[in-house]
Ligand binder design. Structure first.
Ligand code: ADP
Ligand code: MG
Length: 253
């Protein structure tokens, strides 16, 4: 029997006012899976990731994740409580396009902040763990530097490590290389590839089709608020079924 998925999402919907952005998205992600999301701008990719950790409150559907069951249907609504939200976000790490490190904190302070404040870790333990993570990305000697002194690629790798310091069960990446100078993209992708290789469960929105092909187990094509295609990269990227995906791939490849 197949293990239960880490995340089970059914018929997830999100509207902004009268504008439906997610029109019923269903997805299972199993532990250790790396799932890439591609699709045109405005198709709802970011909104979908933001609904998973409830940075946006979904308008319908359900989500199961590690014993949480959230029901966003009108009427049946069992929206997360404040305590559940804290817990959920402690277990789901998210990294954005703009590497929004806290500018007034050093690299080290950025990494230890949530483990101390949210998880109640002892400062000495948090520091030891953070230094290990920073050493791993080759930035141990930058631990007292402020983010503005780092390159975009370094900042983004610190942002990833900051999320990892919480020991998340799931990582969400939203176009994390899109704002970087081309020569800095590789160092961020290679950190993500190494996380994938270690079995981290990852859901990532990306325009890096080569990366999606090499690193992910599955690729989802989002089109106008639904998952229009879903399969292994070899199928979705090499044998697209719909004309819209063919067109999209012609534009980005
Ligand atoms: P993608 O990440 O695929 O480019 P988004 O999820 O960012 O797409 O946006 C999908 C649609 O939802 C867009 O039309 C966008 O304008 C709209 N949208 C996203 N966030 C908001 C918001 N907070 N308020 C109103 N509309 C929004
Ligand atoms: Mg987006």
């Amino acid at each position: 029997m197949e293990a239960a998925p880490l995340v089970r999402i059914r018929d997830l919907k999100k509207s902004f006012g009268a504008h439906p952005v997610l029109k019923g998205v269903s997805l299972d992600v199993h532990a250790g899976e790396v799932v890439s999301i591609i699709g045109a701008s405005g198709s709802g990719k970011s909104t979908f990731l933001r609904c998973i950790n409830v940075l946006e409150m979904p308008s319908g559907g359900t989500m199961d994740f590690e014993g949480f069951h959230f029901d966003y249907e009108e009427g049946a609504r069992r929206a997360p409580t404040a305590g559940q939200l804290r817990e959920l976000r402690a277990r789901i790490g998210m990294v954005f396009q703009s590497y929004n490190l806290w500018p007034h904190m050093s690299v080290l302070e950025n990494v230890i902040e949530a483990p101390i404040r949210v998880k109640g870790e002892a400062p000495a333990d948090a520091v030891a763990k953070a230094e290990e993570l920073l050493a791993r990305i080759g930035l141990a000697e930058k631990r007292h530097a402020y983010p503005s002194r780092l390159s975009g690629g370094q900042q983004q790798r610190v942002a990833i490590v900051r999320a990892l310091a919480m020991q998340p069960r799931l990582m969400l990446f939203d176009e994390v290389t899109s704002a970087l100078d081309p020569e800095l993209v590789g160092e961020v992708l290679s950190l993500m590839a190494s996380l994938a290789g270690e079995g981290m469960t990852m859901l990532l929105v990306t325009h890096e089709i080569g990366f999606a092909r090499e690193v992910s187990n599955r690729v989802l094509f989002f089109d106008q608020g639904v998952i229009a295609e879903d399969g292994p990269p070899g199928e979705v990227l090499r044998q697209p079924r719909s004309e819209r995906l063919k067109q999209f791939l012609r534009r980005v490849l």
